[in-house]
Each structure stands twice: as C-alpha cells, then as structure tokens.
Design a protein around this ligand. Structure first.
Ligand code: FES
Length: 197
C-alpha cells in the first residue's frame, strides 16, 4: 500500500469517527468551556441543574439530556403506556417505590409530577449500564409474549416498566432513579433542583 493510500484510509476513518460522535458534539464542546473556568466555577457548572425543552416531544417519544454526567430520559407516555403500570404493579419488585430512589414529592406508580412525562436517570441500578428502549408490547419486543413494554438492560437482563420500576427477581436491586426536577412552564423542565417553596 502506498503512503497516499494510507493517508486516504486514515482520513476516511477520521470522517467516519467524526460522523459517529456527531450526536455528542455539544458535550465535547462543553469540556473546553468548563476547563476555562476557575475550579469553584467548574464544580458549580458540572453540578448545575439543566433545562429541558419538551415542546417538541411527541407522545411515545423519549429525549435525553445530560445532568451531572448522567443521561436523564424524558419519556412522554401515551395513555396506553400509562395503562400498563397497573398491570405491572404485581410484577415489579418495589411497586410503591418505598426505597428512596426518588424525591418525596414523587408518588404513585407513575413516579412523576405529571403522569404524562416520566423523568428518570437512564442508568441501571445493578452495575451502571444504560438500559435500552423496549416499547413494543408482546413478542415483537423480543423479550416475551406477555411483555408490557418498558426497558431492558442488556448487560445482565434486568427489565423495567414504563415508570422505571424494576421487575422482580432481576439483578438490579432498585428502580431507576428519579432526579429532583420541576416544571418551569408547561414545556420546560428544570432537572437537578427541587422547586423552592
Ligand atoms: S448493569 Fe443492568 S442488569 Fe447488570
């Protein structure tokens, strides 16, 4: 192989790599920005709450934002998704979320301030993998004929319902974490902070 071909090959790989990381460009550009700050400012910015605009989220769609280096999912649940929660109650390990995986104001099987929008940290409580969307019900999910829809952690097979509640007898010990958050308006959520009294 000539050196020109080697350079072309390297360039092509670089283009492919750039395309692959396109989705995280905003995260990458934030790093030099943080590095330019004084240490105290940097710590504050890294732990700062993040605002999410949910105005374009269609029913059944999920968006992701990053908060404190963690992925936070915002799922706009359809009525059908919400209807599965009662059916999942006897199948999940902690149906009433008694273990402290959410702020005090998050109650009930919807585990949300507004039932339509689930806000959870997308990190499995077993060993920290990121579960995948398995929204289709039944056999189409590839999980089981009676699957109600939710999330699957492919690492060791933990499954979660549409509220991030872990199914019984799975490796993950807890439901997915609900972060502190509140609504700034009907279409904007602030993640990482409780509403001040
Ligand atoms: S990390 Fe999710 S099941 Fe192990």
């Amino acid at each position: 192989m000539s050196s020109d071909e080697t350079i072309d090959g390297a360039r092509r790989n670089l283009v492919l790599a750039s395309a692959a990381v396109g989705g995280v460009a905003t995260v990458a550009t934030a790093v030099p920005f943080l590095a330019s700050m004084a240490p105290s400012e940097r710590a504050k910015a890294a732990g700062a709450p993040v605002e999410a605009d949910i105005s374009k989220l269609a029913p059944g769609e999920m968006m992701r934002v990053e908060w404190r280096g963690k992925p936070v999912w915002i799922l706009r649940r359809t009525q059908e998704m919400l209807d599965t929660l009662k059916k999942a109650d006897p199948l999940v390990a902690d149906p009433d979320s008694k273990r402290p995986m959410q702020p005090d104001y998050i109650k009930g099987d919807a585990r949300a301030i507004k039932p339509e929008y689930l806000v959870v940290v997308g990190i499995c409580t077993h060993l920290g993998c990121s579960p995948s969307e398995k929204f289709a019900e039944g056999a189409a999910s590839g999980i089981s004929d009676d699957w109600l829809g939710g999330f699957l952690c492919p690492c060791h097979g933990s499954t979660f319902d549409f509220s991030g509640r872990v199914y019984k007898n799975k490796p993950a010990p807890d439901n997915l974490e609900v972060p502190p958050y509140y609504y700034l308006s009907d279409t904007r959520i602030l993640i990482g902070e409780d509403q001040k009294a």
